[in-house]
Design a binder for this molecule. Structure first.
Ligand SMILES: C[C@H](N[C@H](C(=O)O)[C@@H]1CCCN1C(=O)[C@@H](N)CC(=O)O)C(=O)N1CCC[C@H]1C(=O)O
Ligand SMILES: [Zn+2]
Length: 620
C-alpha cells in the first residue's frame, strides 16, 4: 500500500512534517540562537571568504606543530599507542600479510615460481634404467633408510639432488628477489627478518645460537660415537674417523634424523629392539589404524576428537590412480572452524607413526583455537605448532607405552635397555638439532643478500660441515650447477625451518612439566602422560590461546617459565650423554671434526703451542 496510508495509520496524517523534529530540538535551538547572538557568530557561510593573514609568530608555531605531526606520521604508519592492546595486536596481524602484499605481475610471478618449484620437487624421480624411475616417497626414502650399500646409497643421494636442485636454482634467485620485495611492504628489510618477526624477540638468531651452544657438546658426543660405529661398519677408507660423516650413510636423504641406522649403532644389541616397524607389519597395520593410535592418545588426554570430516577428507595413502600428489606429509586448517585435514603417503613403519603424531599435533591445535579471531588461529609462535605432536609422541615412543598398545611384546627395565632406548631417541632428537638450525641460517643469509646465487651450494656445504659435521659423498659445487638446498622440501615449499629447531627445545620443556602434572615419578625419558586428563587440560588451555598472547605467556601456562631453555632436553638425555662420554673415551672415538681430519682437543692444542713457543725461545 502507498506510504501515505502507512503514515496515516501511524500518525493520522498523510503528510511528512518537520514539526516533531523541531519540537524535539527546540530547547537546543533556543540555546544556540542565544549563544551565537551573544558571541556575534557569523551565521551561514560565504564561499568567497578568506581567512585573515596569520600573524608571523603564529605561523612559526603552526609550522613546528605541523612538523611534529609529520615526524610522528613517519615514525610508524600507525600510532599504536592509543589502541586497546588486543585491538592493536589484531590490527598488526591484519596489517602485515606477508607475500600477499605483492601486487599484479609480482604476485603472479611469485606464486608461479612457488608452483613450479613444488612441481619439480613432487614429481622428481631417479632412473635406474630407461624404464625404471623411482620417486622419493616411498622408494628413495626406503632405500636411504634400509640400504647398507655405500655405493647404492650414493647413487640415490646424488640422483635425488640431480633431479631437484639444478632446475630450481635460477627460479630460487628470482623468488628471493620477490620475497624481499614483499618483506619491504611489510616494513621488514628482507623476508628472513619478516619470518623472524613472528617470534616477537629482539634477536631470534642469537637466541637460537645460544641454545645451540648449550646443546652442541651433546651432539658432538653422539656424532663421535655414530661415526666410530659407521667407520667400523664401512671401513676407515669410506668413513674417516676424524672427518665429517658422509651424509648419505645416516639413514635419511638429508641426514636430518638418524633413527633408521639404529641397528648399526645399537649400544647393546642383545636387548629387545625398540623398533616397532616389524610389529606394525606383522600385525597387519594399515595407515588408518596407525592414525587411530594417535587419535586415541590425544582423546585419552581429554583433547578434542577429530571430526568425521577429517576422516572423510584426509588423504592417508599415496593414490594408486597415477595422480602425482605432494607426498610430503602436511596438515591443513580450512579456517572455517570445522574443516581440518592431513595429506600423507603413509608407509607402515615407526618413522611414519611418529610423523602421524606430528601432523595430528597440528590438527589438534587447529581444533583448539577454532573460536579465536582468524588472525589468532596460529601457534603462539611457529615452534609451538611444531611441538604439539612431537610432545605427545615422546610418551607414545616409550617402550612401556608401545608394550601397552601391543607393539612391543617384552619390555626390559634395566640400564642397558634404557641406553638402547635413549640412543634411539637421540638419533632423532639430538641428531636433528644442527640440521634444524642450519636450514634457516642458510636461508636468512640468502634473503639478507650475504649468500648469492653463485655461492648457494658452497654456503650450504660450509654450514653442513661446520654445524652438522657431515660432508657430501661426491664433489658438490655451484660451478657444476648444483643447488642442494633445493633437494629438501621446505626450500621449494618455502616453509620456514627454525620452527623445528625451536620445537625440539620446547617439546622437552613441555614434556617435563606435563609429566609433573600427570604425577610421573619415573625418569623423564620413561614418562608417559597417557590418559592424564590434568595434563591434557593444561595443554588444551594453552592451545586454545592460539597466537592471541605473546608466546612467553603460553609457555608459562604450561611450564611456569617464560624462557625457552635447553635444560629439559639435557635432563632427558643425561644418562646417555654420560654413557657416550665414557664409551667414546674407552673406544678412542675422536670427538669433533675438521676438514683436514686432524682434530685436536683444546688441551692438546695448548700443549703443542707451548712446545712450539719454548723451542722457538730456545733457538733465539
Ligand atoms: C612432515 C612435516 N611436514 C610439515 C609439517 O607438518 O610441519 C608440512 C610441510 C611444511 C609445513 N607443513 C605443514 O603441515 C603445515 N601446514 C603445518 C602448519 O604449520 O599448520 C615436516 O616437514 N617435518 C616434520 C619434522 C621435521 C620436518 C621435516 O620433515 O623436515
Ligand atoms: Zn609440523
Amino acid at each position: 500500500i502507498p506510504w501515505q496510508d502507512v503514515l496515516e495509520a501511524m500518525t493520522g496524517s498523510r503528510d511528512m512534517s518537520t514539526l516533531p523534529l523541531q519540537e524535539f530540538f527546540k530547547p537546543l535551538i533556543t540555546y544556540l540562537t542565544a549563544e551565537n547572538t551573544k558571541n556575534d557568530e557569523f551565521i551561514g557561510w560565504d564561499i568567497n571568504w578568506k581567512p585573515p593573514e596569520t600573524p608571523p609568530q603564529v605561523q612559526e608555531s603552526l609550522k613546528s606543530a605541523a612538523f611534529d605531526l609529520e615526524a610522528r606520521a613517519n615514525v610508524s604508519k600507525f600510532d599504536w599507542t592509543n589502541f586497546d592492546p588486543d585491538v592493536m595486536r589484531q590490527l598488526q596481524k591484519i596489517y602485515y600479510i606477508g607475500s600477499s602484499a605483492l601486487e599484479g605481475d609480482d604476485l603472479i610471478e611469485y606464486e608461479n615460481i612457488l608452483a613450479d618449484m613444488e612441481q619439480i620437487y613432487s614429481t622428481a624421480k631417479v632412473c635406474e634404467s630407461e624404464s625404471i624411475c623411482i620417486p622419493l616417497d616411498p622408494d628413495l626414502t626406503r632405500l636411504m633408510a634400509t640400504s647398507r650399500d655405500y655405493d647404492e646409497l650414493k647413487w640415490a643421494w646424488e640422483g635425488w639432488r640431480r633431479e631437484t636442485g639444478p632446475e630450481m636454482k635460477d627460479m630460487y634467485e628470482n623468488f628471493v628477489t620477490l620475497a624481499n620485495k614483499a618483506a619491504k611492504v611489510n616494513d621488514q628489510p628482507d623476508m628472513g627478518a619478516y619470518w623472524r618477526s613472528w617470534y616477537e624477540v629482539d634477536d631470534l638468531k642469537a637466541d637460537s645460537m645460544r641454545l645451540w651452544e648449550q646443546l652442541r657438546p651433546f651432539y658432538e658426543q653422539l656424532h663421535a660415537y655414530v661415526r666410530g660405529r659407521l667407520s667400523e661398519h664401512y671401513g676407515e677408507s669410506l668413513v674417516d674417523p676424524k672427518r665429517p660423516i658422509p651424509a648419505h650413510l645416516l639413514g635419511n636423504m638429508w641426514a636430518q634424523s638418524w633413527g633408521n641406522i639404529l641397528d648399526l649403532v645399537l649400544p647393546y644389541p642383545g636387548k629387545t629392539s625398540i623398533d616397532v616397524t616389524p610389529a606394525l607389519v606383522d600385525q597387519g597395520y594399515d595407515a588408518l589404524r596407525m592414525f587411530n593410535i594417535s587419535e586415541e592418545f590425544f582423546t585419552s588426554l581429554g583433547l578434542i576428537p577429530s571430526p568425521q570430516s577429517f576422516w572423510d577428507d584426509t588423504m592417508f595413502v599415496k593414490p594408486t590412480d597415477g595422480r602425482d600428489v605432494v607426498c610430503h606429509a602436511s596438515a591443513w586448517d580450512f579456517y572455517n572452524a570445522k574443516d581440518i585435514r592431513i595429506k600423507m603417503c603413509t608407509s607402515i613403519n615407526m618413522e611414519d607413526l611418529i610423523t602421524i603424531h606430528h601432523e595430528m599435533g597440528h590438527t589438534q591445535y587447529f581444533l583448539q583455537y577454532k573460536d579465536q579471531p582468524v588472525v589468532y588461529r596460529r601457534g603462539a609462535n611457529p615452534g609451538f605448532h611444531e611441538a604439539v605432536g612431537d610432545l605427545l609422541a615422546l610418551s607414545v615412543s616409550t617402550p612401556d607405552h608401545l608394550h601397552q598398545i601391543g607393539l612391543l611384546d617384552t619390555v626390559e627395565d634395566d640400564a642397558e635397555a634404557d641406553i638402547n632406548f635413549l640412543m634411539s631417541m637421540a638419533l632423532d632428537k639430538i641428531a636433528f638439532l644442527p640440521f634444524g638450525l642450519l636450514m634457516d641460517l642458510w636461508r636468512w643469509d640468502v634473503f639478507e643478500g650475504l649468500t648469492t646465487k653463485d655461492s648457494y651450494t658452497e654456503a650450504w656445504w660450509k654450514l653442513r660441515n661446520d654445524i652438522q659435521g657431515v660432508e657430501a659423498p661426491v664433489e658438490r659445487s655451484d660451478e657444476a650447477g648444483h643447488f642442494d638446498p633445493g633437494a629438501k622440501y621446505h626450500i621449494p615449499g618455502n616453509t620456514p625451518y627454525i620452527r623445528y629447531f625451536i620445537s625440539h627445545v620446547l617439546q622437552f620443556q613441555m614434556h617435563r612439566s606435563l609429566c609433573e602434572t600427570a604425577g610421573n615419578t619415573r625418569s623423564l625419558h620413561q614418562c608417559d602422560i597417557y590418559r592424564s586428563k590434568e595434563a591434557g587440560k593444561k595443554l588444551g588451555d594453552m592451545l586454545k590461546l592460539g597466537s592471541s598472547k605473546k608466546w612467553p605467556e603460553a609457555l608459562e601456562a604450561i611450564t611456569g617459565s617464560r624462557e625457552m631453555d635447553a635444560s629439559a632436553i639435557v635432563d632427558y638425555f643425561k644418562p646417555l650423554m654420560t654413557w657416550l662420554e665414557e664409551k667414546n673415551e674407552e673406544k678412542g672415538y675422536v670427538v669433533g671434526w675438521s676438514d683436514t681430519g686432524i682434530t685436536m682437543k683444546p688441551t692438546t692444542m695448548v700443549t703443542v703451542m707451548l712446545a712450539v713457543c719454548t723451542s722457538w725461545l730456545m733457538a733465539v
